[in-house]
Design a protein around this ligand. Structure first.
Ligand code: PMV
Length: 328
C-alpha cells in the first residue's frame, strides 16, 4: 500500500472498524451529546484494483453477492455514492477504470455502523490509490454524505467514530472530542437477530416527539446529563459507575419507545448473570445490545445471553492507548 504511481499500478486497500453507541442514541439527533466507541474486531475492507482503460468502474460487494457497474447502480446505492463522492472530492472527474472489492464482517442494520464503515473503507482505499493523505475529519465529512442517503437525518455520530477510530464525545454542530478511557472496559455485544433499520426508529421517535415535544425534550435532557456522567466515569476508570449509567440510559430508551421484547429478553439474563450494566445500542427495536462486564463474569454473561437466544456475541475492550494491545 505505498502511495504514488506504484500504488496506482498494483491497487490499494482501505479498512474501517465497526462501532457501537455507548450512551446517548436518539437524543443525539436532538442536539444532546452521545458517546460512541470503535469495535476493531469487526472490520470493513475495500480493495481498489486498476482495470484496463475504458472498462469503467465495477463494484464487487462480496458479502452481498453483488457485482455491478457504477453507472448502472441505483441512485440510492450507498457504495456507488461513496465512490463518486470520494473520486470527485479528490479532484477527479468522470469514471475511473477500477474494480472496487468490498468485504465486511460487520452485520448490516444491527446498530454496528456497517454503512459508515464500508463507505470509510472505500474513501480510504481511493485516497491510498491516488496517493492522497486524508484526515479523519475529511473522511468523516465525505462519509456523512452517504449516511444521509442511508438514514435520512443522521446525527453524524457513526461517520465520526468510524473515521477517528477512538472513543468519541459527539455533539451535533460542535467538533468531535476523542477521549481516553482511564482503564480497560470489557464489553459484550449481543445480537438479537432482528434487523431494524435506523431510519425507521429515528422516524418513530420523531413522530412521538412532534406529538409530545415537552415530554420528549425532558427525556432527551435526562439522557444528555447521564452521557456527561458517563464520560467522567470512563475517564476516571470506573466500570461500576458506567454500568449504572448504561442501565439508566436503557430505562430512558424504553420510555422513548425503542426497546423491544427481543432486546429485553437478552438484557434480563445478562444482568442476572452479573453484568455491571446493559442497554440497547443504536436505533433499537432489534439490532444489538451492549453489556459491560467484569472480566471474571465474561463467560457466564456470554453463556446466559446465548441461552436466551443471542445469535452472536462479540467481545471488545475499550483500553487506554497505553494498553491498546489488549483491545480487540
Ligand atoms: O443504529 P445506529 O448504530 O446507526 O445508530 C443510530 C443512532 C441514532 O442516534 C438513533 C441515530 C443517529 O443518527 O444518531
Amino acid at each position: 500500500m505505498t502511495a504514488g504511481s506504484d500504488t496506482k499500478r498494483v491497487g490499494a486497500t482501505g479498512t474501517a472498524p465497526g462501532k457501537i453507541i455507548l450512551l446517548g442514541e436518539h437524543a443525539v439527533v436532538y442536539g444532546r451529546p452521545a458517546i460512541a466507541v470503535p469495535v476493531t474486531r469487526l472490520q470493513a475492507t475495500a480493495h481498489v484494483v486498476p482495470l484496463p482503460a475504458g472498462t469503467g468502474t465495477w463494484i464487487r460487494a462480496v458479502d452481498l453477492g453483488r457485482y455491478y457497474r457504477l453507472h448502472q447502480a441505483p441512485a440510492d446505492d450507498p457504495l456507488a455514492h461513496a465512490v463518486r463522492i470520494a473520486w470527485r472530492a479528490f479532484g477527479n472527474s468522470g469514471e475511473p477504470d477500477l474494480e472496487i472489492v468490498i468485504h465486511s464482517t460487520i452485520p448490516i442494520a444491527g446498530g454496528l455502523g456497517s454503512g459508515a464503515a464500508v463507505a470509510t473503507a472505500v474513501v480510504r482505499a481511493l485516497a491510498v490509490y491516488l496517493g492522497r493523505s486524508v484526515s479523519p475529519e475529511e473522511v468523516s465529512a465525505l462519509v456523512y454524505e452517504t449516511e444521509k442517503l442511508l438514514h435520512g437525518t443522521p446525527s453524524g455520530i457513526d461517520n465520526t467514530v468510524v473515521a477517528y477510530e477512538r472513543p468519541i464525545w459527539f455533539r451535533r454542530g460542535t467538533p468531535p472530542e476523542p477521549f481516553e478511557p482511564g482503564t480497560c472496559f470489557h464489553l459484550l455485544i449481543a445480537d438479537t437477530g432482528v434487523s431494524s433499520p435506523t431510519r425507521d426508529t429515528v422516524a418513530a421517535v420523531r413522530a412521538a416527539w412532534q406529538a409530545e415535544p415537552d415530554h420528549y425534550e425532558t427525556l432527551f435532557d435526562r439522557i444528555g446529563t447521564l452521557v456527561a456522567r458517563g464520560r467522567a466515569a470512563m475517564m476516571s476508570g470506573s466500570p461500576a459507575r458506567l454500568g449504572t449509567l448504561l442501565d439508566e440510559n436503557q430505562e430512558l430508551l424504553r420510555q422513548l419507545g425503542v426497546s423491544s421484547p427481543e432486546i429485553e429478553q437478552l438484557l434480563g439474563p445478562a444482568k442476572s448473570a452479573g453484568a455491571l450494566g446493559a442497554k440497547l445500542s443504536g436505533g433499537g427495536r432489534g439490532g444489538n445490545i451492549i453489556v459491560l462486564v467484569e472480566p471474571a463474569r465474561l463467560e457466564a454473561v456470554r453463556r446466559a445471553m446465548q441461552q436466551a437466544g443471542a445469535v452472536r456475541v462479540v467481545e471488545t475492550v475499550l483500553a487506554p492507548s497505553s494498553r491498546r494491545d489488549q483491545s480487540s
